[in-house]
Ligand binder design. Structure first.
Ligand code: SAM
Ligand code: SF4
Length: 353
């Protein structure tokens, strides 16, 4: 069934006449090697954050459409064959997925170098230890505010105390790297960013501030009222906690610009999808829980892998389809801009962040 994809793999060429890269590596047409997969396990979530989810929760949730365990494992084998170096589990909320530990163990057995996970932290009290034992290297925990009422409002019902307890459990379990992710929201947390930095510093955790992207309910209308730039965030933090010192770039920093404070071990990062485009160094693709390979957060292009998986594709056929798709369709950059907008109707909880 994937003969045509395999054919594509040998026939695609760039405007410059280069042919598609050799098997074993995944490249796009813009000279970027893709080594990072963000794998969404579910579109469902136990929170409904205003910038990520519809107020009613996900209407898309249907188990029959979600990839099954053996399909996910085939996808992982295929990406592994294409030189995957970093796998992140995301969602929706990955901790509510009953097979999460199985997948972490499977990825560990495949010897994928870095295994990370993004979570709202709510279920870490019971899952931090098993995740550490399964070989998770790194965890990002979303935390937009330290005020319980504001937290409940932004997450539409989440309990802050339980998330803070989850963060403590992740530390106690010894997960090697723990990062806090804060989405910058003018009316929600712009005034309280230094508190979040101090919370992270006191626990030797890294923290990253992310400009809100115009997806789903965080579309252009709310963008006008909520957008708060990373530059403004940095100024507000420096005014309270002191000068931020740039950290020399490291291979695993991704799109974040990293800083530290004199005498502190924590790194403070800013992710600027809108105010400062970082697509030139993009090394990632995403897979939705229903099996759509998404090449870019801010563009529609994608490839449905589920029909291939359910049609009995082998690792080689799937790898060939992925190779051809990424080469042909991964766009050079997203199209979000601060002033002109361009929002997407797709909710972030489908895309996995
Ligand atoms: N449920 C997990 C969590 O909250 O971390 C994983 C999925 S969530 C979609 C992944 C990341 O995307 C989170 O850090 C979240 O804050 C971020 N996110 C969601 N919607 C966003 C938006 N509109 N703009 C920027 N970041 C967003
Ligand atoms: Fe759920 Fe995470 Fe989206 Fe919040 S940001 S609704 S916790 S998926």
């Amino acid at each position: 069934m994937a003969d045509s994809a395999a054919d594509d793999a040998t026939s695609c060429s760039t405007a410059a006449g280069q042919s598609i890269p050799a098997a074993g590596e995944l490249w796009d047409q813009f000279g970027r090697r893709i080594t990072y997969l963000r794998l969404s396990l579910t579109e469902h979530c136990n929170f409904r954050c205003q910038y990520c989810s519809p107020a009613s929760g996900t209407p898309f949730f249907d188990y029959a459409d979600h990839l099954r365990a053996e399909e996910i494992e085939l996808v992982l084998r295929s990406f592994h064959a294409l030189g995957l170096q970093h796998l992140r589990f995301t969602g929706g909320e990955p901790l509510i997925h009953p097979q999460l530990l199985r997948y972490v163990q499977f990825a560990r057995e495949l010897q994928i170098g870095k295994l990370s996970l993004s979570t709202n932290g709510y279920l870490l009290d019971r899952l931090a230890e098993p995740l550490a034992a399964a070989g998770l290297n790194s965890i990002n925990i979303s935390l937009d505010t330290l005020d319980a009422e504001t937290f409940a409002r932004v997450t539409r019902g989440g309990r802050l105390q339980r998330v803070l307890q989850g963060i403590d459990c992740a530390r106690a379990a010894g997960i090697p790297r723990i990062k806090l992710n804060v989405v910058l929201l003018r009316r929600v947390n712009a005034h309280s960013l230094p508190e979040l930095v101090e919370y992270a510093l006191a626990r030797h955790l890294d923290i990253r501030f992310i400009e809100t992207m115009p997806l789903g309910s965080a579309g252009i209308a709310s963008q006008d009222t909520e957008f708060f730039s990373a530059q403004a965030a940095r100024a507000s933090i420096e005014a309270k906690v002191g000068k931020l010192i740039p950290v020399a770039s490291s291979r695993d920093q991704g799109p974040a610009r990293l800083y530290t404070l004199a005498g502190a071990g924590s790194r403070i990062g800013f992710i600027t999808p809108l105010s400062n485009n970082f697509c030139a160094s993009c090394n990632r693709v995403r897979l939705t829980a229903t099996g759509r390979l998404v090449y870019c957060l801010g563009q529609e292009a994608g490839l449905e892998l589920r029909p291939l998986l359910r049609g009995g594709a082998s690792v080689e056929e799937l790898s060939a389809a992925i190779t051809a798709g990424v080469w042909r369709d991964k766009p050079e950059r997203h199209l979000f801009t601060v002033d002109r907008g361009r929002s997407s109707k797709i909710f972030m909880m489908r895309l996995g962040g």
